[in-house]
Every structure is written in structure tokens, then in C-alpha cells.
Design a protein around this ligand. Structure first.
Ligand SMILES: Cc1ncc(COP(=O)(O)O)c(C=O)c1O
Length: 395
């Protein structure tokens, strides 16, 4: 029995089977390289659904984690700690002036955003409008916000107070707004839908509608945040500022860190002094280990110019993939290091399997889109090599 087959055999006996996993057990990683339990090497072009934003086992993140691990792990949120303060201060600078609530995941961060919408509506307005084909998480409220019935249909009845409109359709959004609407929740690029990039004027027009109707504009940047799209946050491509932004995935570099970042003028919504209680809370949110790593990620991103790097490497990759003129490819799209290759047929799963067999990790969305989202630290020769490999096997 190999190490891999042993792990999989025990997995099959003891693990919940909610994931359709591929038959590989990963044991070790460094940068964009991974090694499985049998020692086989892989090039990681998907970074664990965006988690390891700076690659696997980054030396400086290990050092930050190690240093913090010897100082303090967690004391609860009725006391102050420096690492969470530092991350919140950084987000206020790199995103927009505001206040951060820390939690553990994208769903968790969006739950906080949905609660903000309810508070903003003051009991009279409660509806959150999101987009068809969106993905916002798998908790009871975020499942309902998610515009894909396949995610929620087994779990009815779901949380009330949600409506869905086609993405990138400002007229549909305007029509859906009524006197019960409190907020609009959108991804600036739809990730799970297959890297759908809206028109340049879509988010500015959503902003204007939200202003006109006093709605919270809430941007789900769980996939697109933290430099991935070639800006610190994807909404910055549109020159707008949301009222609320949610982060997870890459924000913790592979540790469970979620963020709900609230614009200054909306921050009173989550103020315990306004509501006379802990209006929202979580025990381990903002723990020192996750926060120390998340803050260090921003120091490295800024020092190493990784946002500009993501923009340049993304442009290069799109050009290269387009120039390859691959048969069966309908469109190559995306921004920065978030790229979708749409196929004319639902064969993305076949490409993923073939790539895995060749030692290349890519992902499939919606059956017909191959997604690439490597760690922002990938160097140009390695990225070019990975793209060449993908192009070759797609031929
Ligand atoms: C845009 C978006 N929001 C929220 C989530 C949920 O994040 P998590 O899996 O961390 O709960 C995801 C997950 O893929 C996502 O893509």
C-alpha cells in the first residue's frame, strides 16, 4: 500500500464524504510547488481555491506565525490585541477608511454583511438583492443569497428576505428594488459562475442606484480581494467605494480568516453602544495567529509589488492563451491572477483530470470553464511554463 492509498483508504472509512475529491493526498508544499504523499511533484495554478495567496509555506509567513505562536494565541474579543488592530488599520488604508469585523470564512463574513443590511433597514427594510449565478457561501442566509438553486434546494425552507437578478444587468437591478430593499450584495467578478467580468460601468451604476435608494452596497471580495485581480480589491478597478466589503480565502493565506470591512459612515450599525448588546460576535474571530499572518501578508504584498505583478502576469497569461488559438475555447477572460477559459463544451472536468495526471493543478467551474488562480508570488518563467503545459495538453 502506498502512502497515498493508505490515506485515501482511511479517509473513505472515517471522513465525511461531502467532497468529490480527486485521488491524490498532498503532503508538502513550497511556493507554487506541491508534493503528494508518494513524493510526486505538482505545479499549483489554483492555490487551494485562493487560500494560499502567497504560495505554500512562505518563509516570512512561517516566521510571523512562529513568532506569534510564542507570544499569544487568543484571549477573546473582550480584550484588545495588537495583531487584529494592525490588520484593521492596514485594511482601512489599502481599501477605504472603515472598521473591520474579523471572523473565519467567506460565508461567515457574508453573514455579518447580511446582518448589517438588516440593521440598516431598521426592521422596515430587510431585503438583500444578489445576482443569479452568484456564490456567497453555504450557511443558511448565504445559501439563500447565492443565486444558484443547486446550492440550497435540499435545505428549504431557507432564510427569507432575498431576491436575485441577472448579473451585469442594471435595469433588472433597478426594477427589483422596492421599499423593502436594504442592500445589494455582489461579487465584482463572479468567481464560481466561471469568472464572469461585468461591464466597466456596471459597478458605478450599482453604486449610484444604492445611493439613490439608500441601500448598502456590499461587495463580496472573498475571491477577488487582496491583490488577486491586479488591484488591492477588485471594486477599485471601477473607481467606486462600497459600504461593506467581505474577504476570506487569500486574506489569511491559508489560515481561516474572514473579514467584514464596514465603511466609516456605516460603522455605527455594528456598534454595541448603539444596540446595547454584542450585536455580532464570534469567539475565535480575530485570533492572534490568523491576524499576525494576515497582517504580514499585506506587508509582503506591498514590499514586493505583488499587486502590479498580478496585473502584469494576468495580462501576459490572457494574451498567451488567446494567441494559442486553442480548439474548443470560446473565451479567455478575467483580471490579474483570476482567469477563466470558457470552453465550447462542458469538458472542463476532463481538462482538470488530464492536467492532474500531468502534474498541473487547475480547476473547473460550471463544467465549461477552466479556472486559473495561482499564488501571487508565481514568477514569470514558472507561470509561462505552466501555461505552456496547459496549452499543450488542451491541444
Ligand atoms: C465569492 C465567494 N463568497 C463567499 C464564499 C464562501 O467562502 P467560504 O468557503 O470561505 O465560506 C466563496 C467560496 O468560494 C466565494 O467564492
Amino acid at each position: 500500500m502506498t502512502a497515498t492509498s493508505d490515506i485515501i483508504e482511511r479517509h473513505d472509512r472515517f471522513m465525511s464524504n461531502n467532497y468529490a475529491r480527486m485521488a491524490v493526498a498532498m503532503a508538502r508544499g513550497k511556493g507554487v510547488q506541491l508534493w503528494d504523499a508518494d513524493g510526486r511533484e505538482y505545479l499549483d495554478l489554483f492555490a487551494g481555491f485562493g487560500g494560499p495567496l502567497l504560495g505554500h509555506c512562505h518563509d516570512e509567513l512561517i516566521a510571523a506565525l512562529n513568532q506569534q505562536a510564542h507570544k499569544l494565541w487568543h484571549v477573546g474579543n473582550l480584550l484588545h490585541t495588537e495583531p487584529q488592530t494592525l490588520l484593521a488599520q492596514t485594511l482601512s488604508r489599502v481599501a477605504y477608511p472603515g472598521r473591520s469585523f474579523f471572523c473565519h470564512s467567506g460565508a461567515d463574513a457574508n453573514e455579518a454583511a447580511i446582518k448589517l443590511a438588516r440593521l440598516h433597514g431598521k426592521g422596515k427594510r430587510f431585503k438583500v438583492i444578489s445576482a443569479l449565478m452568484s456564490f456567497h457561501g453555504r450557511t443558511f442566509a448565504t445559501m439563500k443569497a447565492t443565486g444558484q438553486p443547486k446550492v440550497s434546494q435540499l435545505f428549504e425552507p431557507l432564510a427569507p428576505g432575498f431576491a436575485h437578478v441577472p448579473y451585469n444587468d442594471i435595469a433588472a437591478l433597478e426594477k427589483a428594488i422596492d421599499d423593502q430593499t436594504a442592500a445589494v450584495l455582489l461579487e465584482p467578478i463572479q468567481g464560481e459562475a466561471g469568472v464572469i467580468v461585468p461591464d466597466d460601468d456596471y459597478l458605478p451604476r450599482v453604486r449610484a442606484l444604492c445611493d439613490r435608494h439608500d441601500l448598502l452596497m456590499m461587495m463580496d471580495e472573498v475571491w477577488t480581494g487582496c491583490g488577486r485581480t491586479g488591484k488591492a480589491f477588485c471594486h477599485q478597478h471601477s473607481g467606486i467605494t462600497p459600504d461593506v466589503m467581505t474577504l476570506a480565502k487569500g486574506a489569511g493565506g491559508g489560515l481561516p480568516v474572514g473579514v467584514c470591512h464596514i465603511a466609516q459612515k456605516r460603522a455605527a450599525l455594528f456598534d454595541w453602544r448603539t444596540h446595547g448588546m454584542a450585536v455580532h460576535a464570534t469567539t475565535l474571530g480575530g485570533n492572534c495567529l490568523g491576524m499576525a499572518v494576515a497582517a504580514e501578508i499585506w506587508r509582503i504584498i506591498e514590499r514586493d509589488g505583488l499587486i502590479a505583478h498580478a496585473a502584469a502576469m494576468g495580462d501576459m497569461a490572457k494574451q498567451k492563451l488567446q494567441a494559442a488559438n486553442l480548439p474548443g475555447v470560446k473565451q479567455v477572460r478575467g483580471k490579474g491572477m483570476f482567469i477563466g477559459i470558457e470552453l465550447t463544451e462542458p469538458k472542463a472536468g476532463d481538462v482538470v483530470k488530464k492536467a492532474l495526471a500531468a502534474g498541473l493543478l487547475v480547476n473547473a467551474a460550471q463544467g465549461n470553464v477552466i479556472r486559473l488562480a495561482p499564488a501571487l508570488i508565481i514568477d514569470e518563467p514558472t507561470w509561462r511554463h505552466g501555461l505552456d503545459q496547459l496549452i499543450e495538453l488542451m491541444r
